[in-house]
Design a protein around this ligand. Structure first.
Ligand code: NAD
Length: 372
């Protein structure tokens, strides 16, 4: 029987990638070793894991020594000793930073990363990126609302009427749609833009207005993702979004192109003219950001009184809910892994496996490395 270790995500995200309930579902197929306090930020105690049949282990090193298969959200290796071939499964932003791979390559491990899952029907229940994006879209709006010096809904009182806030959502994928739904629930007037024409129906079904900018390159082979746009189209976007940005009280940036730099949508020119007191939350700063002045991991207030949030760790602030969703995704992947790990042709395992005994064997990653 395989020995599976759960490592505490002590670096930053605070996510537990298996819940005690998940372990109950899997305990006939594997034995589980949980690093003490792995569920601390997800609402699970050591006792909960023990009651589910797992063994609590005091240190990371011991978990690594005992288990064949090690699960973690984004923790990387520090000084841990790895004596035999181990397999790690996590969510590693390898496309954003190839340096993430180095400690794993040195140790000669097998590494799988769930952000490389194909968008197929079988992989849908494993889709960690969608789970994280839903939470982030929701959290971004709450963050903006809490930092805004204005209220969001229309409020009528003895002193007069406060107009509802104008919220602009850039990118209407998973995170953007959740941001729209959240801003609508708070009573905002919401407008949204995306280069994928199909997003219009989604945006309108949530009661928001779609900013239509014709002439985008849509690629049906991109698996539902956006592709890079022509310079002419980006110029047109720049002009139209300038008008949209200067009217907005809150802007939530969620636009991304997988493996590429995020598109710049809030220009410097717009930032100079935006309303004082406006708030921008840029969820794309880990791939360059959608806003010209956003800074990865930092919140800044500009001279013209615009607050720009570049927090890359909003997920950790909803670690309990995020862990619930992500742990179910990991469980689906694990079930598939345990059944198919010997099948080298398996589409899901091929797409997610980055390293084999420390060597990069993933075609997508090799192609990206070649491009540098
Ligand atoms: P993502 O995180 O890569 O990008 C976020 C959004 O940014 C996307 O909607 C994209 O179109 C948009 N964007 C990119 N460049 C832009 C630009 N220049 N201007 C404005 N917007 C821009 O994508 P995502 O949110 O993970 O997914 C996108 C879509 O894929 C979803 O809406 C959904 O329809 C689909 N999807 C499919 C599956 C599946 O089949 N299993 C799973 C999740 C999502």
């Amino acid at each position: 029987m395989k020995k599976i270790g759960l490592l505490r995500d002590h670096k930053k995200s605070k996510i537990a990638v298996l819940s005690p309930d998940n372990i109950k579902q899997l305990k006939d197929q594997a034995s589980f070793y949980v690093e003490s306090n792995s569920g601390k930020h997800a609402g699970f105690t050591n006792e909960n894991y023990e009651a589910a049949g797992a063994k609590i282990v005091d240190t990371r090193q011991e978990v690594i020594d005992i288990a064949d298969l090690l699960l973690t959200y984004s923790t990387i290796l520090d000084d841990e000793q790895i004596h035999t071939s181990k397999t790690f499964i996590g969510v590693y932003d390898v496309l954003g930073d190839f340096g993430t791979l180095i400690p794993f390559q040195k140790e000669g491990v097998n590494l799988y990363s769930l952000n490389l899952l194909p968008r197929t029907t079988i992989a849908q229940s494993m889709d960690v990126m969608s789970s994280a994006a839903s939470i982030l879209g929701y959290k971004a709006v709450l963050k903006a609302a809490s930092l805004s010096t204005s209220t969001i809904p229309m409020i009528t009182g003895a002193g007069g009427t406060l107009r509802p806030a104008k919220v602009l959502i850039l990118g209407a994928g998973v995170a953007g749609l959740q941001a729209i739904a959240t801003a609508k629930r708070l009573g905002a007037i919401v407008r949204a833009f995306d280069v994928r024409a199909v997003a219009k129906t989604d945006v309108e079904s949530l009661g928001a207005q779609f900013v239509n900018i014709e002439g985008a390159t849509d690629n049906s082979n991109a698996g539902g993702y956006a592709v890079e746009q022509t310079a002419d189209y980006l110029n047109k976007v720049d002009q139209i979004l300038y008008d949209e940005c200067i009217q907005a009280d809150i802007i939530i940036c969620t636009a991304r192109i997988p493996g590429k730099k995020a598109p710049l949508l809030v220009s410097e020119k717009a930032l100079h003219k935006m309303k004082p007191g406006a708030v921008i939350v840029d969820l794309a700063t880990d791939s360059g950001g959608n806003c010209a002045w956003s800074k990865k991991g930092k919140t800044i207030v500009t001279d013209n009184q615009i607050t720009i949030v570049g927090d890359t760790n909003l997920l950790a602030k909803s670690s309990k809910s995020a862990s619930f969703l992500l742990a179910n995704n990991f469980t689906s992947f694990l079930k598939h892994f345990l059944k198919n790990s010997e099948n080298e042709e398996d589409e899901i395992l091929r797409a997610t496996k980055i390293l084999t005994n420390g060597q990069v064997t993933n075609e997508r990653i090799l192609a990206e490395i070649d491009e540098i």
